[in-house]
Write a protein of this length. Structure first.
Length: 165
């Protein structure tokens, strides 16, 4: 088998596993959201929804494009991986600190005291997600979307169980 065939097969398998990951994760998340919508009151569900914008902005700041830079770089070293890894953890920690100390301000803005504890707990996702960015980049570099799909499925099921609990 030539290198071209091997790369073509890897690309096809990677695309299939990436599609499986995307559709199954979104499907499971949809089911979890339906269950949560039935368990939570509309106001409780809205409280979590209010934090979504803060988490989305923070998550984009954590990555800062460094995972894409690792993927694109040809002569990457362990120093590159370590630098991006520690950078992501540092930014995740800083943003978690900002969210933690801003929780009372967010709660005051929306006039919902429960947002303080909810913000502090949900913001822990920033720290957890910052740990996975480099590993995802490594799997992408290796065209190992199967492992990535398995990890995503396990993570979404566990997070769904924890969230519903």
């Amino acid at each position: 088998m030539s290198d071209g065939d091997s790369l073509k097969q890897q690309t096809v398998r990677g695309t299939i596993w990436s599609a499986i990951e995307r559709f199954s994760v979104q499907g499971i998340q949809f089911i979890i959201l339906i269950v949560m919508a039935r368990v939570l009151t509309p106001s409780d569900y809205g409280i979590v929804g209010m934090l979504t914008i803060f988490l989305a902005i923070s998550q984009s700041l954590i990555d800062s494009g460094f995972s894409n830079a690792l993927i694109q770089k040809i002569d990457r070293t362990e120093t590159d991986y370590a630098t991006v890894f520690y950078f992501n953890i540092a930014v995740g920690g800083i943003l978690y600190g900002i969210m933690y100390f801003s929780a009372s301000g967010i709660a005051d803005f929306y006039d919902i005291p429960e947002l303080i504890s909810v913000t502090r707990i949900i913001s822990l996702l920033l720290l957890i997600n910052s740990l996975s960015i480099v590993q995802r980049a490594i799997f992408t570099i290796r065209i190992d979307f199967k492992t990535q799909a398995k990890a995503s499925l396990i993570a979404v099921v566990i997070s769904g169980i924890v969230g519903i609990s």
